[in-house]
Design a protein around this ligand. Structure first.
Ligand code: GLC
Length: 573
């Protein structure tokens, strides 16, 4: 029996509730819809769900501006609907983690309403207040980070939108209130949390100004038009310099320890996953977060064997160096904040093949995989064409800033906005070839437009009926992973470390050795691993091949097909 925890062997699937399934036909996803799709999720072969925020919210940041931490958004249903969803998920052996936003609340949260009402109310010190803006800090979403409140004749700080005031985490009452909310959902039986933007919780106590000669709108615009290597380098430098005093501060470690202690009061190995790539947030491997995302893997223009090898070497070495040896990797290539895998890592010629390779990568690498809803059917980014369609406030703010303040032509501004807004990767899930992709009834306008490519086979129903679809491919790979002890728990051993075209590695445990080869090119390769230590005098037994290999055993000498995904068990004697 494996001694691993459930969250180490599980595959997680992120549900973006507004766009997942519209059960009551009002154009917005809801719990009824999600619950109706649980059989689909179970049939996929995933093990756990991460639900993006489902709390009451004025939706300035699509739910990441919470106005009540112990309730559900009425457009998603009632608390009973939530409980039913949780219960039905557990019945199907699907765990559920929620999204926990610690850095800020909505400006409509009663805590903030009270805090801003006067300078001496009981919650006066629950947020970050100053008599005047102490520096030139920017909000990463909408301009100045300090916003004036006439009631107090003071300014409050917000790292994100002005509708998302930062909580003052130096105040013990804030902690107590938030830990109560954390317990509320753990008491109901949820299996853990994904922790939103933890790096932004504390600010530089000296309030050191940034030294970038631009404001946020100018920097975004500069970034959009940066082309030469020099400009691209400068753009990266500026982004770092602009925000470096507003995140990554030391206090987060102690806070994560406190939160971990709260979660550990509960049985069932409840898990904390940080939205950060900093391995230090795992503490000693046992006292802070169990997982943080391997974002450096996806922070690239192109997924290449060279990039993956370098990433794995750096990442796994850091994790192995954790004092207790109890660190665990966590890989993903997409979520609700970034361009969809199919679009972002495609090359317009071989998008379908690359999407399959990248799915195989996430599902075979060492660590816990996170998938984003819709990637299993190859959903792509959808470019909005009119500013009235934009729901992501960060996008509409940018549009108006560059049109009004910088004189950019509205057509050009819309093209740039469509590209930068996260709406493009949050469009409703495509369930069928029926009107509105089966997400909402035909006569309803969904909250965001539906990507019309649902008519061209990018939908669940058509792909369920097509054995060679991407959906079947995901199911197949998930099955292979589930049935292979080494793909879940094996060590990573890189093979062939120079090819720019294919990535080859072993996953090895005391139970099994598995060979994985991902050919990121259209070339054919004659491979010979018969002298490789782990494969000497052994045969290969195909567990999966996108090139339709027969399941016979053969020597580790073979021809790798273009774009092939090949997974085989190494069989000795
Ligand atoms: C996280 C979320 C993102 C949100 C932001 C502010 O990065 O993933 O969607 O806008 O935090 O809460």
């Amino acid at each position: 029996m494996s001694s691993l925890k459930w969250w180490q062997t599980a595959v997680f699937y992120q549900i973006y509730p507004r766009s997942f399934a519209d059960g009551n036909g009002d154009g917005i996803g809801d719990f009824k819809g999600i619950t109706e799709k649980l059989d689909y999720l179970a049939s996929l072969g995933i093990d756990a769900l991460w639900l993006s925020p489902h709390f009451p919210s004025p939706n300035w940041d699509c739910g990441y501006d919470i106005s009540d931490y112990s309730n559900v958004a009425s457009e998603y249903g009632t608390m009973d609907d939530f409980k039913l969803f949780l219960d039905e998920s557990h019945k199907r052996n699907l765990r559920l983690i929620l999204d926990l936003v610690l850095n800020h609340t909505s400006d409509e949260h009663p805590w903030f309403v009270e805090s801003k009402s006067s300078r001496d109310n009981p919650k006066a010190d629950w947020y970050v207040w100053m008599d005047s803006p102490p520096n030139n800090w920017q909000s990463c979403f909408d301009g100045e980070a300090w916003t004036y409140s006439p009631e107090r004749n003071q300014y409050y700080y917000h790292y994100f939108m002005k509708q998302q005031p930062d909580l003052n985490w130096h105040n013990p009452e804030v902690k107590k209130a938030m830990w109560d909310a954390v317990r509320f959902w753990l008491d109901l039986g949820v299996d853990g949390y994904r922790l939103d933007a933890i790096g932004t919780i504390y600010e530089d106590p000296n309030l050191t100004p940034h030294n970038v000669p631009m404001n946020l709108a100018q920097l975004r615009s500069f970034s959009d038009t940066a082309k030469t290597p020099k400009e691209i380098k400068l753009k990266e430098k500026y982004w770092h310099e602009m925000f470096k005093n507003q995140w990554g501060q030391a206090g987060v470690h102690d806070l994560m320890k406190e939160l971990r202690a709260v979660v550990d009061e509960y049985d069932g190995d409840r898990v904390l996953v940080g939205e950060d790539d900093n391995i230090d947030y795992m503490g000693n491997g046992q006292d802070e977060l169990q997982l943080v995302f391997n974002f450096p893997l996806m922070r690239t223009e192109k997924i290449t064997p060279t990039h993956i090898r370098k990433n794995q070497k750096e990442r796994l070495t850091q994790i192995d160096n954790l004092a207790s040896g109890a660190g665990w990797a966590c890989n993903t290539l997409g979520n609700h904040d970034c361009s969809r895998i199919h679009t972002r890592f495609g090359n317009k010629l071989h998008d379908a093949q690359l999407a399959r390779l990248n799915a195989a990568l996430v599902l075979t690498m060492k660590g816990t995989p996170f998938l984003y809803n819709g990637e299993e059917i190859g959903m792509t980014d959808y470019m909005l064409t009119d500013i009235s369609q934009v729901k992501d406030t960060m996008g509409s703010w940018y549009y108006h800033a560059i049109v009004i303040d910088m004189g950019v032509h509205p057509e050009e501004a819309m093209l740039r906005t469509a590209e930068m807004t996260r709406d493009k990767n949050r469009t409703p899930m495509q369930w069928s070839n029926n009107p509105n992709a089966g997400f909402s009834p035909a006569d309803v306008s969904p909250w965001l437009p539906i990507n019309p490519n649902y008519k061209d086979g990018v939908n669940v129903h058509d792909q369920e009926n097509n054995p060679s679809s991407l959906l079947h491919y995901y199911k197949h790979l998930l099955r292979v992973r589930k049935e292979s002890p080494s793909l879940k728990e094996g060590e990573y051993i890189p093979l062939q470390t120079t090819s720019k075209d294919y990535f080859a590695f072993l996953r090895q445990s005391d139970k099994q050795t598995v060979l994985v080869i991902l050919n990121y090119s259209e070339k054919v390769f004659e491979l010979d691993f018969s002298r490789t230590k782990e494969m000497k005098n052994a045969n290969l037994k195909t567990l999966f091949s996108s090139a339709q290999r027969r399941p016979d055993q053969f020597e580790p000498k073979f021809k790798l097909s273009p774009f092939e995904v090949f997974i085989a068990e190494v069989v000795r004697g």
